[in-house]
Ligand binder design. Structure first.
Ligand code: ATP
Ligand code: MG
Ligand code: FE
Length: 340
């Protein structure tokens, strides 16, 4: 099935054309990062307005690059949640309009399910698998038994991993969004220079907590000021190591506990070079198969929306014009209230 997918849950306006939920014909992402950078974070009102301004061109470009027209499109998939209400509504309205005008089936997709299914755009994965989703709003560990069949094993009790990266970067006076900047600076630093705490490492659960780590960074900065040069690199590398240590350890403990030897890491923080490296080391040491999408498919994009979208459209689970934004939508509730 040829699917047009639309994603506007946060600060990326994205559209893609994907065949059979596997083959990307186009994947256009227009980032609003520079519109929010001056505020040091995403401003919901600005996000909605920018989506409105950008989405016609982004959808047009996705069709053009795929060398198709709406006449060829057989179904529409759109992010229904979770995300910012106003931002989601822009994508939903456009998707509904196209579906209505063209008489096409429409499927609402959970953004987090799309993150953990993005890997299928590059390779097949057997079920069940464990998925660590680390992004701006999530640090969740799931057992995945199929599309629409995800169980939460653990989650962050406070900040998400991406949020921790971004907040710590802000404390260090680095430009927004800070995750990528910390990753860059850390590459020249000593990850063992500072012993930052490893929250919940030994609590026996699969939950995470990153706010204590942020507080440790804050008190270090208050005591010594913002580090510079080599010290800044050491600081970033040490912080990054602390985050990665907990993520890696809990993920592979979940693999041990469940006996599932396939691990997928997804979401924007899966771009982090130390996390990719540490995950690979741990997987090799334990004989676990590790799968991480290419960086362009880890961050927000619309092609990933087409993976579950294609499945739901083929199942006949069509949202129709009643589809409404679901600002909070835990994956365990997939299938319940899909129609809005
Ligand atoms: P969610 O998916 O939970 O709704 P989101 O869509 O805003 O949130 P993503 O776009 O998946 O999140 O990921 C963005 C996050 O990834 C940001 O916090 C960003 O700092 C972080 N990030 C991106 N690249 C890196 C990197 N190289 N190292 C660390 N963090 C990174
Ligand atoms: Mg984003
Ligand atoms: Fe995301």
């Amino acid at each position: 099935m040829l699917v047009l997918a639309i994603e506007t849950s946060c600060d990326e306006t994205a559209a893609a054309v994907v065949r059979d939920g596997r083959t990307i014909l186009s994947n256009v992402v227009s980032s609003q990062v520079k519109d929010h950078a001056v505020y040091g974070g995403v401003v919901p009102e600005i996000a909605s307005r920018k989506h409105l301004e950008t989405i016609p061109a982004v959808v047009g470009e996705a069709l053009r690059l795929a060398d198709v027209t709406l006449d060829h499109v057989e179904g529409v998939a759109v992010t229904q949640g979770p995300g910012l209400a106003g931002a989601l509504l822009v994508g939903l309205s456009v998707a509904k309009s196209i579906a209505f005008a063209r008489g096409l089936p429409l499927a609402g997709v959970n953004h987090i399910e799309a993150h953990l299914a993005a890997i299928f755009l590059e390779r097949e994965v057997a079920y069940p698998y464990l998925a660590l989703v680390v992004s701006g709003g999530h640090s969740h560990l799931y057992r995945v038994d199929g599309i629409g069949r995800c169980t939460t094993l653990g989650q962050t009790l406070d900040d998400a991993a991406g949020e921790a990266f971004d907040k710590v970067a802000k404390l260090l006076g680095l430009p927004y969004p800070g995750g990528i900047e910390i990753d860059r600076l850390a590459s020249a630093g000593d990850p063992d220079a500072i012993a930052f705490p490893r929250p919940l490492l030994h609590d026996g659960s699969f939950n995470f907590s990153f706010s204590g780590l942020k507080t440790a960074v804050l008190s270090a900065v208050k005591k010594q000021g913002i580090p510079e040069g080599e010290k800044l690199a050491d600081f970033c590398a040490s912080f990054q190591k602390a985050v990665c240590h907990v993520l890696v350890e809990k993920t592979f403990r979940a693999a041990d506990a469940t006996g599932i030897d396939r691990v997928v890491v997804a979401g924007g923080v899966a771009c982090n070079s130390a996390l990719r490296r540490e995950m690979a080391h741990a997987a090799a040491a334990r004989g676990v198969e590790l799968m991480i999408p290419s960086p362009s498919l880890c961050g927000d994009n619309a092609a990933m929306i087409a993976v579950p979208g294609d499945y739901y459209l083929r199942c006949g689970e069509q949202g129709g014009l009643a589809l409404d934004a679901r600002v909070n939508w835990p994956l365990d509730l997939l299938g319940s209230g899909r129609e809005g």
